[in-house]
Structures are given as structure tokens and as C-alpha cells.
Design a protein around this ligand. Structure first.
Ligand code: PHE
Length: 443
């Protein structure tokens, strides 16, 4: 019996694993992070730098995390120790605190998302920016955001305790196709807005070369890449630990990174036309969080019934994107508890959820605190990414080779990734990390 309870689950299908990883990656970070960071960091310069980071840093780290997870067959918290000994327990610890920290405020923001969704569905939208601001004040003050936070955590508990196949994989198989359909529909709708062209220009074609040397733009590109791809935090290690040996890790890394980047770009193709059509460009650069929760509702509020319908779809989409990310964050400590203490999944999920709720109380009470925790957590992801690439590239390069060979990778791919993870990726991430820490402390 004991044997049965500790037997590790496996994904039902290759597609199930990819969708779960995409589900983790695609989240609120794509929908608001991309738009506001790009508006802060000179549009196209940010977008180009972001794509560069995804290609040179993101994809190799995906492969590194997958290799670590699949070879050790254990949760991210324990994997570094299993692979390279006790010295690496600090990395395991990082993979415990970073997901807990992010989940704690992520659930709060999800609560706001649910609130605006129901607001558009039942009551209607605010018509001016100041009304939208008042509404947002109501939402994120006092008891109201606890309701949404608890709702989201209970939902996540229900899914994660269902297990890999019957919980996480099943949810993603249902949600991801719906998400892509709504997203595509909204991109097409936004293309017909009055000032869509100006929105696109600011988002994609407003190229200011000097922005490439701006520390904030560099930090934004690294933070956005790690956060959006769910890297440097142990999720891809944990998800890959439920993988069988036959999957082609490199191919899947490219697929997941491409889908996630496509969603970020598509979200920009929705939000920028809305922002420029309704003359709201001032409001986005003022606040990080306001973009999604003040600007979008007040823009759509000027557009009558259709605007309301779009708001329902947009915030419904955001919620779907977010729940598939939240469960991945929760799965890391849950799988660690199961692996380490051999307790039942139900119990591990319950403990984790309660802990995340308590940890989220400061964020529910203060958006400033929430912003601070977010900024610090983002730097932790970059640190995690550096350590993982260093671990795989320098300490256990044989593991990478073996996993890639198992994946059926060609010699060229293998050599390319070994080279990148040794000489290119860690160096670039170290550079990004130093600039990010500098920029964080300066701010
Ligand atoms: N990638 C998710 C998003 O873009 C957030 C996330 C970050 C999820 C880190 C898991 C780990 O919203």
C-alpha cells in the first residue's frame, strides 16, 4: 500500500504535458506585464530585447530544467540535491520560497480579475477613468479582495488535489483551447478599433535604440521573460519530473516558448489598440497594476454593450490564464511535500493553500506591498535561472547530454545546447541579474 501512495504519476500524453506547461507560462504576466513593461521601456526596443532573451536564455533554461526534472524524477525542491548533492540545497530552498511568494499575491490579483469579470457580467462597466479608479479602490480594499483570493485558492486546491492527470492535465486540456479561441477573437476585434494603427505603432514600431542601454528596459526584459515563461522557479523541473523518457525536450521547449511569446504579443495587439483608441496612454505609464484593472475597463466602458461583452471575454480569459498558472505554482510545494514526507496529495494541497493564503494577506491589504513582493520575486527568478544554467552547464553536464540523447536530439542540437548552457546563457543571465539588482535597489 505504501508503495502505491509513493508511486509517481505520469502525464497521460505528450500534448497534456505541453498544454500544462503552456498553461503555467501563459498567465497574467502575458496579459498585463507585457503591455505595461513595453509601454515603460520604449515599445519595440523592449519587445526585441525580450525576444532575444527568450531565444538565448529562455529556451536553453527550459531544456536545463526539463533535464533536471526528468533525470531526478523528483520535485524541484529536492531535485538539485539529488542531482548534485547537499551543497545545492540552497537552490532547492529558492524553489520553495519563490513559488510561495508569487502564489501569495497572484491569488490576490486573480481575485480582482474575478471581481471585474462579475462586475462586467452583472452590473456593467465604469464609464470614465475616475469611476474605474473608484471601482478599483473598492475592489482592492478591505474585505472584498479576500473573497476573490479565497475563491481562487479553493478552486486551485480542488484542481491540484485531483493530481497530475485528473486535475492539472485535465484542466489545461479544457482551458487552453478556449483561451486561444477567445484571444484570437479579441485580436481581430481590436484590429477594427479607431486607433488600432497608432496602438500597434507604439507597441511594435516605436523603436528607440537608446532604450536598449536603459537598465530598466534590460531588467524588464529579463523579468518579463522569466516570469512569463515560468522559468527559474522550478515549475518546469517539477512538471518534467512527471514525464516519461520518450519526450523530445528541445522541441517541446521551443514549442512552449513560442506559444507563450505569441500570447504576449497577441495580448499587446488587444490592449494597445484599446488604450490608444480611448486616449488612455497616460494612465498606463502611471501604474503597473492599473493597466489591466483601471484602463481596460474604463476604455471598454465607453463602448456600450459590445465593450461590456468584450470585457466579459477579456477578464474571463485572464482568469482562465491565471488559474492554470496558479496551480503550477502550488504544485511545486505540494509535490515536494509528497516526495519528502510521503503524505497524501489532498493533505499536501490543503497545507500549501492555507500557507499561501496567510502569506497573501499583506498583498491583499496593500498594493504597494504587492508590488514590492513582485519586484523581489522577479529578481529571484533570474537568480534561479542563473543557478540552474550553471548547475546543468558546469556541474552536471553529463545529465544534459544523457537526457538529450534520450530525447533523440541530433548531435548538432546537443552540442549547441551544451555550448549555450556552459558559455552563453549563464553569462548573459549573470549580466541581467546584476543589472536587475542594481535597478531594483536604485528604485
Ligand atoms: N507565467 C505566469 C504568468 O505569466 C506566472 C508564473 C510565474 C507562473 C512563475 C508560474 C511561475 O502569469
Amino acid at each position: 500500500m505504501e508503495q502505491q501512495s509513493i508511486q509517481r504519476e505520469e502525464w497521460n500524453s505528450k500534448l497534456g504535458f505541453i498544454l500544462a506547461a503552456v498553461g503555467s507560462a501563459v498567465g497574467l504576466g502575458n496579459l498585463w506585464g507585457f503591455a505595461y513593461r513595453s509601454s515603460q521601456g520604449g515599445g519595440a526596443a523592449f519587445v526585441l530585447l525580450y525576444i532575444f532573451v527568450v531565444l538565448v536564455v529562455g529556451i536553453p533554461i527550459f531544456v536545463a530544467e526539463f533535464s533536471l526534472g526528468r533525470s531526478t524524477n523528483t520535485s524541484a525542491v529536492l531535485a538539485p540535491i539529488k542531482a548534485a548533492g547537499k551543497k545545492w540545497s540552497a537552490l532547492g530552498f529558492l524553489f520553495l520560497i519563490a513559488p510561495l511568494a508569487i502564489a501569495s499575491y497572484y491569488a490576490v490579483i486573480m481575485g480582482w480579475t474575478a471581481d471585474i469579470f462579475f462586475q462586467s457580467l452583472i452590473v456593467g462597466l465604469p464609464e470614465t477613468t475616475s469611476q474605474a479608479g473608484e471601482l478599483f479602490n473598492l475592489i482592492h480594499n478591505g474585505t472584498r479582495d479576500f473573497v476573490g483570493q479565497i475563491f481562487s485558492l479553493v478552486l486551485a486546491f480542488y484542481i491540484v488535489s485531483g493530481g497530475i492527470r485528473r486535475g492539472i492535465e485535465k484542466l489545461n486540456k479544457i482551458c487552453m483551447p478556449i483561451l486561444f479561441i477567445i484571444l484570437l477573437g479579441l485580436v481581430i476585434w481590436a484590429a477594427f478599433l479607431g486607433n488600432a494603427g497608432e496602438g500597434y505603432r507604439n507597441f511594435l514600431f516605436n523603436f528607440d535604440l537608446s532604450q536598449l542601454a536603459n537598465p530598466t528596459t534590460i531588467r524588464n526584459a529579463f523579468s518579463q521573460a522569466f516570469f512569463s515563461l515560468s522559468l527559474g522557479i522550478g515549475i518546469m523541473i517539477t512538471y518534467a519530473s512527471y514525464l516519461n523518457k520518450k519526450n523530445d525536450l528541445t522541441k517541446q521547449a521551443v514549442q512552449i516558448a513560442s506559444l507563450d511569446t505569441a500570447v504576449g504579443l497577441m495580448a499587446g495587439l488587444i490592449t494597445f489598440p484599446i488604450i490608444f483608441t480611448f486616449g488612455l496612454n497616460e494612465t498606463i505609464s502611471n501604474s503597473t497594476i492599473a493597466t489591466l484593472f483601471i484602463t481596460i475597463p474604463s476604455g471598454l466602458g465607453q463602448y456600450g454593450l459590445i465593450g461590456r461583452l468584450v470585457a466579459i471575454l477579456f477578464f474571463g480569459l485572464a482568469y482562465i490564464a491565471a488559474i492554470t498558472s496558479l496551480i503550477s505554482l502550488i504544485e511545486i510545494p505540494v509535490s515536494a511535500l509528497i516526495d519528502k514526507f510521503k503524505i497524501k496529495r489532498n493533505r499536501a494541497s490543503g497545507i500549501t493553500i492555507i500557507f499561501i493564503f496567510l502569506l497573501g494577506i499583506p498583498s491583499a491589504l496593500s498594493t504597494d506591498l504587492l508590488g514590492d513582493i513582485d519586484a523581489i520575486a522577479n529578481v529571484l527568478l533570474i537568480l534561479g535561472g542563473f543557478l540552474v544554467s550553471f548547475l546543468i552547464g558546469w556541474v552536471i553536464p553529463k545529465t544534459l547530454d544523457k537526457e538529450l540523447t534520450n530525447s533523440g536530439s541530433s548531435l548538432l542540437t546537443r552540442n549547441y545546447l551544451k555550448f549555450m548552457l556552459k558559455y552563453v546563457t549563464p553569462v548573459l543571465v549573470a549580466w541581467g541579474l546584476i543589472i536587475s539588482v542594481y535597478d531594483l535597489l536604485k528604485g
